[in-house]
Design a protein around this ligand. Structure first.
Ligand SMILES: Cc1cc2nc3c(=O)[nH]c(=O)nc-3n(C[C@H](O)[C@H](O)[C@H](O)COP(=O)(O)O)c2cc1C
Ligand SMILES: *[C@@H]1O[C@H](CO)[C@@H](O)[C@H](O)[C@H]1NC(C)=O
Ligand SMILES: *[C@@H]1O[C@H](CO)[C@@H](O)[C@H](O)[C@H]1NC(C)=O
Ligand SMILES: *[C@@H]1O[C@H](CO)[C@@H](O)[C@H](O)[C@H]1NC(C)=O
Ligand SMILES: *[C@@H]1O[C@H](CO)[C@@H](O)[C@H](O)[C@H]1NC(C)=O
Ligand SMILES: *[C@@H]1O[C@H](CO)[C@@H](O)[C@H](O)[C@H]1NC(C)=O
Length: 368
């Protein structure tokens, strides 16, 4: 080990080692009880020092995105990277972090006994205030799709949110995520109450604890990159697995499109049925929330897609447990404000009354 590496490794540790030997041992042989998120950087430096290995993926978001662009089919890359219209909302999300809001570092503050990001969210103690956002159609990006991301979030002990546009069903994602791990379910609210009830009951039966209702996507945004290609993976059966596997949907269709003998025509019909029932072209309204309560009971319900103080207040009035400030990563409304710009006013209005989540433009730990 090169001596000059020690100072940077030292920074990444949480130890109360007594002797030099203890300290060095704790670096060279870290164990679970001393691991922190920053142990990852120690591991990278050690791997290079000891084995001449470099990380498989960049730790810099822009370089990571650039390598994804090289590796992915162009349509899949653009589906993930694109936004609505001129993509000015995508840019505004990032600009809010880069221009309006900067960190003023403070020094000489007590951080002992250790830096600790732990928090309690909906009665669960979590190692960090981080939740996997609902991301649909993940097999577009890798064959392991939602199974892989659900497994990693299970390992980290952080909540995983399964999307209604998932390419993997409730049961398979729950199995990959692991028993007892925190799982959330994101609803694209069907136009048919029978389907809504069935999805929520299946989610509950598989241990999904928090319901996230995305209310900004009752119709698909004007996604210019996808439009220019005519790219819509759902009709090809990618991102419709929740609907395909659903017993009520199968009863309504009169066949099971996941059966071994299902025809290509049946698969296409079932996919189309899931798309039209979950992207209904008519927004739900506040008073509809009571219907979700009937099925979901007292378990937490969170509305995703809030950007205005008025809507945040309405969420409190309608008895919701939380809101997620989000503009869907700029994929729905072009010309909208940056999500971070909405945060201070909303925190001011509803802090302490309900839980507030946030997304849009987060690209590294500095943004949290
Ligand atoms: C490829 C992709 C798929 C997404 N799928 C869903 C989805 O199925 N449901 C949902 O509520 N949001 C979905 N979102 C939005 C994210 O949950 C989140 O709100 C957004 O990505 C946050 O902005 P950011 O991309 O700047 O981090 C998706 C976003 C991307 C990039
Ligand atoms: C983990 O490391 C700490 C500090 O180096 C040490 O005190 C502890 O005994 C170790 N635990 C195990 C299980 O090895
Ligand atoms: C370090 O190397 C080991 C052994 O090859 C590997 O399993 C691990 O993922 C590497 N860690 C990092 C952070 O790259
Ligand atoms: C972090 O703080 C929480 C709450 O005070 C505590 O339960 C947990 O054990 C702490 N974790 C570490 C690693 O110190
Ligand atoms: C597939 O098999 C089931 C019985 O196992 C049958 O009811 C159904 O009609 C078959 N579907 C087709 C398309 O042949
Ligand atoms: C929502 O409420 C409106 C007005 O009462 C009603 O017309 C509509 O059917 C409801 N939709 C759902 C999904 O509950």
């Amino acid at each position: 080990m090169k001596p000059h590496l020690l100072p940077s490794l030292f920074l990444a540790l949480t130890v109360s080692a007594q002797s030099a030997q203890d300290l060095i041992d704790s670096i060279l042989h870290p164990n679970a009880s001393t691991q922190t998120y920053s142990s990852y950087s120690s591991e990278i430096y050690l791997n290079h020092t000891l084995y001449n290995q470099t990380p498989i993926a960049s730790t810099n978001y822009e370089r990571l995105e650039a390598s994804a662009k090289q590796l992915l089919p162009a349509a899949a890359y653009d589906y993930a990277a694109g936004g609505a219209g001129l993509e000015t909302t995508v840019a505004a999300n990032r600009a809010a972090f880069d221009r309006q809001w900067r960190i003023t570092p403070r020094i000489m503050r007590p951080i002992l006994p250790s830096r600790n990001l732990s928090t309690v969210l909906f009665h669960r103690r979590l190692p960090a205030p981080i939740v996997m956002a609902p991301i649909g159609v993940q097999t577009l990006f890798h064959a392991t799709g939602e199974r892989a991301t659900a497994r990693v979030f299970g390992e980290l002990g952080l909540p995983y949110t399964l999307s209604t546009a998932s390419s993997t069903g409730f049961a398979a994602v729950a199995a990959a995520n692991g028993a007892g791990n925190p799982r959330w379910y994101q609803l694209y609210w069907p136009s048919d109450d029978d389907l809504t009830r069935s999805y929520l009951q299946t989610a509950k039966a598989h241990g999904y604890e928090v319901l996230v209702v995305t209310v900004d996507t009752w119709d698909l945004g004007w996604r210019t990159r996808d439009l220019d290609r005519g790219f819509f993976p759902f009709i090809d059966g990618v991102g419709v697995q929740i609907g395909l596997e659903d017993a009520v949907a199968q009863r309504k269709l009169g066949f099971d499109a996941t059966a071994a003998n299902a025809t290509a025509e049946q698969k296409r019909l079932a996919a189309l049925y899931h798309v039209v029932t979950t992207s209904r072209g008519v927004s739900p309204v506040w008073r509809n929330v009571s219907k979700l309560r009937e099925v979901w009971g007292d378990a937490p319900i969170v509305i995703k897609g809030v950007q205005s103080v008025e809507d945040a207040r309405a969420a409190v009035e309608w008895g919701l447990d939380g809101i997620i400030l989000s503009n869907h990563g700029g994929r729905q409304i072009d010309g909208a404000i940056g999500s971070l710009d909405a945060l201070p006013g909303i925190v001011e209005a509803v802090k302490g009354k309900i839980t507030i989540g946030f997304d849009g433009g987060i690209r590294s730990g500095a943004d949290m």
